[in-house]
Design a protein around this ligand. Structure first.
Ligand code: GDP
Ligand code: MG
Length: 455
């Protein structure tokens, strides 16, 4: 665990007076692991560590500080500088990331990102923010013609935000929808038009071409890439694809109320080069905060733990006790929907069900591999993608506590994923069965089973 690593750093660094080429190596190895555990992409981690090393070696360890503490502060400053906006002197700028509206109204804001990232929710959050904080007249419109439920979803949340919604329908073309809304916004003197778009579960050419066409048609002043903080390593590829297709102007990092370390922030910022403007902190419309790089740096490294550990250890309390105090070790061993989603992701990486079956020896399939049938396989893969879409439409809390899913939440999730409520129920049933299996295997059951199998 992270707290073990950091405890070890501080312990090994006790009583050393300087940061040297030798001892910095050990410390940086732990920082590197901490960043990887926070799901920061490897190339980004490498660059980052190189910069920290350069800076740390130049640092004097003064007064009662330990080299460990000095390094921690170098790391935190560098993290904040990497994720935030710095001025010419390398000092972190505060509040530099508001929405840019400096154009002839209506200022168009284009929302881009994968399905389930939080585009529709963030559209309404932004509308609310611009109305309340900047006294603007805001119109929203959805170009998500693939899921009629998504258009309705925008209508509902726009009303909650107190903004106006421009109607669109699944039979319209995205560019025509956008132009009609823009025309309406001009005629009715709106300050801002927020254009919500369709996402896919993965990056695909058609999606990129469509959103590039939308961009060309409405010439937005802000093109925001909305990304789920829980996406981890995958965020890198998504950011690359959207950054290549669109001239992005900012990032919104959603679902920071979940328990991910938010390492995606570092990767996405490094890859796109544009500022992280906002953070989504709940499914509610007031859950939008101006992104605070300094605070987020602490989160990525689990700096709360570090600071507590440094203090405890220097007071002479042993590392073990300090770890318990930090109490960050994931409690409980329950199998939740987040794990379920991770499993689906794992299967996808292995090339989907098709790839999986290819890898199994034919004997295991009873010599029947060829009989599985392409049609069945396609259906299974489609089901898998839908399941993923449903789980992605849940909030982090719901993924951890599926028992919260009562009728109204199920309806919201179904709308978000563009499926019927029955499908959400079916998924929950499957999940419960799997959870039941996991429970039976607990308490060494798994080990016993493997031993019996001659493992
Ligand atoms: P879209 O497919 O990109 O339009 O994503 P949605 O806006 O439909 O959001 C997908 C799911 O994530 C919904 O259930 C939202 O309520 C939820 N969601 C979006 N942003 C946040 C956030 O910042 N925190 C939490 N907890 N949930 C969020
Ligand atoms: Mg949407």
């Amino acid at each position: 665990a992270l707290s073990d690593r950091l405890g070890r750093i501080v312990k090994t660094m006790r009583g050393q007076a300087r940061i040297t080429e030798d001892n910095v190596q050990d410390m940086l190895r732990e920082v590197r692991m901490a960043l990887l555990e926070a799901d920061v992409a490897l190339p980004v981690v490498r660059d980052f560590i190189a910069r920290v090393k350069l800076k740390a070696l130049g640092q004097e360890v003064v007064g009662s500080l330990t080299p460990g503490q000095v390094l921690v502060s170098v790391v935190q400053k560098e993290l904040a500088a990497t994720m935030g906006e710095v001025d010419a002197d390398g000092k972190l700028k505060a509040g530099a990331s508001e929405i840019n509206l400096a154009t002839q109204p209506p200022a168009v804001i284009l929302m881009a990102g994968l399905q389930g990232a939080g585009k529709t929710t963030t559209s309404a959050k932004l509308a609310r923010h611009l109305i309340e904080k900047r006294r603007k007249k805001v119109l929203t419109v959805s170009a998500d013609i693939y899921r009629p439920a998504a258009i309705e979803q925008l209508k509902t949340v726009t009303a909650q935000a107190g903004a106006e919604w421009f109607p669109s329908s699944a039979s319209d073309k995205p560019v025509e929808i956008a132009l009609a809304a823009l025309d309406y916004a001009k005629k009715h003197y709106f300050d801002v038009l927020i254009l919500d778009t369709a996402g896919r579960l993965g990056i695909d050419e058609a999606l990129m071409a469509e959103i590039a066409a939308l961009h060309a048609a409405v010439n937005p002043i802000e093109t925001l890439f909305v990304v789920d903080a829980m996406q981890g390593q995958d965020a890198v590829n998504t950011a690359k694809a959207f950054g290549a297709a669109l001239p992005l102007t900012g990032i919104v990092l959603t679902k920071l109320d979940g328990d991910s370390r938010g390492g995606a922030a570092l990767s996405v910022r490094a890859i796109t080069g544009v500022p992280i403007k906002f953070a989504g902190t709940s499914e509610k419309l007031d859950g939008l905060e101006v992104f605070d790089a300094e605070r987020h740096a602490g989160r990525v490294l689990g700096m709360g733990d570090i600071v507590a550990l440094v203090e405890e250890v220097t007071k002479g309390i042993d590392v073990e006790a300090a770890q318990k105090l930090a109490g960050k070790l994931k409690s409980g061993d329950g199998f939740d929907l987040e794990d379920f989603l991770a499993q689906l992701g794992q299967m996808k990486k292995m090339g989907g069900l098709g790839g999986l079956i290819d890898k199994l020896p034919t004997q295991m399939m009873g010599g029947k591999a060829a009989n599985v049938g392409q049609a069945n396989m396609d259906r299974a893969e489609r089901d898998m993608r839908r399941m993923e879409g449903i789980i992605r439409s849940m909030t982090p809390l719901e993924r951890r506590k599926p028992e919260l899913l009562k009728a109204s939440r199920k309806r919201r999730i179904a709308a978000g994923a563009g499926v019927q409520v029955q499908e959400v129920n079916r998924l929950l049933n499957q999940f419960e069965q799997m959870q039941g299996m996991m429970k039976k295997m607990k308490g060494g059951g798994m080990m016993k089973m493997m031993r019996r199998m001659g493992g």
